[in-house]
Design a protein around this ligand. Structure first.
Ligand code: PLP
Ligand code: COI
Length: 339
């Protein structure tokens, strides 16, 4: 698309030409339908509206230097959607259907894929919700699956520019053994007050702690947390965080770069031992953290004192992004090409 300011795109919604949809009824999924409407017709008693039967995914299409369109680990998103659907008793969307929908919506909206080198990408948002009517609290019998796309810039302003984060002690996003491991809308509703409070205080995001003891780091708003010390990538293990596909990939990338990794509980005090910290996710990619403020202890943990991301963060970022754009060979089988 001409006259489009790709370099300054926010992480927001921009209308594209098409979205795709399919419907689950009488135990069967329909064929995919292509739509040009940004709206849906929804039953007033749909469980997605009342009882939070809704799950979504987020992945990206990257335009390579070679003009090829790449998807990153879409199968993992398809599997996580199955897991989320199971977690809140929704119909299971077959992986093949997910693939067909994602490929179709990307190829129909090719002109919205930001050019190589712009720093922007095409964000793909699949969503699944209970569309059948119920008034009692029970799972719907009918479901709707939609995939839309929108070109986006970096989630945290400045891309790889370090941001500040605020430890949240007033709210929890998810309970232990609750829905935190599923990518369901309710978790994001529960995170809004914390997110807004952090933003109003001038921080890019809140950092949630484990809800039971408030001792360990859970995650950074809509991204996982990592810290670096002694050439080791350390990321929280918790039963209330989303298992990030980016994080999982960074652990493998770290291994190939000779960086060790650990997935374990991360006590808040350990923040003083890290030499670098960051947030990672599809939307965030890697967002280095400059400062973390803990209001209870009135303590600020500082990284990147020179305003630049640390060396390990940069190595991981460069490697991951090079694979996603096809600048470096994909030794892992993570990339699929959309024709
Ligand atoms: N944590 C939360 C709560 C998220 O919403 C996301 C985004 O999907 C992530 C972490 C990062 O996950 P992924 O790397 O799979 O995008
Ligand atoms: C993602 O990283 O894909 C997310 O879903 C983050 C957020 C926009 C919810």
């Amino acid at each position: 698309m001409e006259n489009f300011d790709w370099k300054n795109l926010p992480f927001g919604y921009i209308k594209t030409d098409y979205n795709v949809r399919c419907f689950y009824k009488n135990g069967k999924w329909s064929d995919l339908e292509v739509s040009t409407s940004e709206y849906i017709d929804i039953h007033i008693a749909a469980t997605g509206l009342h009882y939070g039967q809704e799950a979504f995914e987020g992945l990206k299409a990257y335009m390579g230097k070679d003009g090829k369109i790449r998807l990153f680990r879409w199968e993992e998103n398809a599997k996580r959607l199955l897991f989320s659907a199971e977690g809140i008793n929704m119909a299971q969307l077959p992986v093949d259907k997910f693939r067909e929908a994602v490929y179709k919506v990307v190829s129909l909206n090719k002109k919205f894929i930001p050019p190589y080198g712009s720093g922007a990408t095409l964000y793909i948002r699949p969503l699944l919700y209970g569309s059948g009517a119920e008034v009692g609290v029970k799972p719907a019998k009918e479901y709707t699956f939609i995939v839309f796309v929108t070109p986006v810039g970096p989630y945290f302003k400045g891309g790889i520019k370090p941001v500040n984060m605020l430890i949240c002690r007033d709210y929890d996003r998810a309970a232990p053994k609750g829905t935190g491991v599923f990518k369901v809308g309710g978790n994001y509703a529960a995170s809004l007050r914390a997110g807004m409070a952090a933003k109003e205080a001038g921080y890019a995001s809140s950092i949630f702690l484990d809800a039971r003891e408030k001792k360990y780091i859970d995650e950074c708003g809509p991204a996982n947390f990592f810290g670096i010390k002694d050439n080791t990538y350390i990321t929280p293990k918790s039963e209330s965080i989303l298992n990030s596909i980016t994080n999982m990939s960074l652990i493998e990338v770290a291994g190939s770069l000779g960086i060790k990794s650990e997935r374990r509980q991360v006590p808040v005090e350990e923040l003083s031992e890290f030499t670098e910290t960051g947030a990672c996710g599809t939307a965030a990619v890697i967002s280095p953290i400059a400062k973390i403020f803990d209001p209870e202890k009135n303590k600020t943990y500082e990284y990147c004192k020179d305003g630049k991301p640390g060396p390990v963060t940069m190595k991981l970022y460069n490697r991951l992004v090079s694979i996603q754009y096809g600048d470096e060979p994909d030794d892992y089988g993570w990339i699929s090409i959309v024709e």
